[in-house]
Design a binder for this molecule. Structure first.
Ligand code: PEP
Length: 253
């Protein structure tokens, strides 16, 4: 059975004082029935890892370079993330794809670097509103999966997040049927490429305006194994309510 995962993406938010929210989260969930992950900005990785020691909170980066080291000013490598104590890294987020021109092959190269460093990759995919309106959603997701996900992954080192671009930070979400259709499709694609055993063991997260008041219904959709949460992960009380909803989800994978 897949263990559910609640992952928070703080994006470019959070100064040192924000670490109090991570501490409040672990106080609220000292022994959660799901996995908990927070991905703070790079400046907060090491101090968050320090505070998370001995707790069930895992800490991850939001991106990494495909090279292990070198002349890449401002970038951060996968071994650096691992060295800071991170266990996960988000890759191919739509904001990286849009703001930094990341293509599927870039995401795949970064994922290979992350795997080599022993990190678990949270690889994001998702369609734009125009692509959904043109009924191209599954084609887009299929292309992103085959282009971005490297060979040799397992249920331990790969998580896939479905994040419709038009739902991120907008307060809008797809219907439950639309979420289920895409998650079932991703599951089938992973099973076809990696075999049933691995394909069934990879956790699939939904992301895009998940909030305490819509989490429960989303978590009961088939093949939704958790969420990648942006805005609502910044406040421990909101993220905690989402974690509690995930713990209570009927969908057992
Ligand atoms: C995200 O950017 O990964 C995300 C899901 O953001 P939000 O929850 O704020 O829509």
């Amino acid at each position: 059975m897949r263990r559910k995962l609640a992952a928070g993406n703080w994006k470019m938010n959070g100064l040192t004082a924000q670490l109090a929210e991570a501490e409040a989260l672990v106080q609220a969930h000292p022994a959660p029935g799901v996995d908990m992950l927070l991905c703070p900005p790079a400046t907060l990785l090491a101090p968050m890892v320090e505070r998370a020691k001995g707790t069930p909170l895992a800490v991850g980066g939001q991106d990494c370079h495909k090279a292990g080291s070198g002349a890449h000013t401002g970038d951060i490598s996968a071994p650096m993330l691992a060295d800071s104590g991170a266990s996960h890294v988000i890759l191919g987020h739509s904001e990286r794809r849009a703001d930094h021109g990341e293509r599927n092959e870039d995401v795949r190269a970064k994922a290979n670097a992350a795997l080599s460093a022993g990190l678990t990759c949270v690889i994001c995919c998702g369609e734009s509103e125009a692509e959904r309106d043109a009924s191209n959603t599954l084609d887009i997701i299929g292309g992103q999966l085959s282009g971005s996900v490297p060979d040799g992954v397992t249920g331990h080192n790969l998580v896939v997040a479905y994040e419709p671009i038009w739902a991120i930070g907008t307060g809008r979400t797809p219907t439950l049927n639309q979420i289920g259709e895409v998650h079932d499709f991703i599951r089938a694609r992973l099973e076809r490429r990696f075999g049933e055993g691995i394909g069934r063991s990879v956790r699939l997260l939904y992301g895009g305006s998940v909030k305490p008041d819509n989490a429960e219904e989303i978590f009961n959709v088939s093949n939704v194994d958790g969420a990648l949460v942006g805005g609502a992960s910044l406040k421990a009380s909101d993220f905690s309510a989402i974690i509690t909803a995930l713990e209570g989800a009927r969908n057992q994978g």
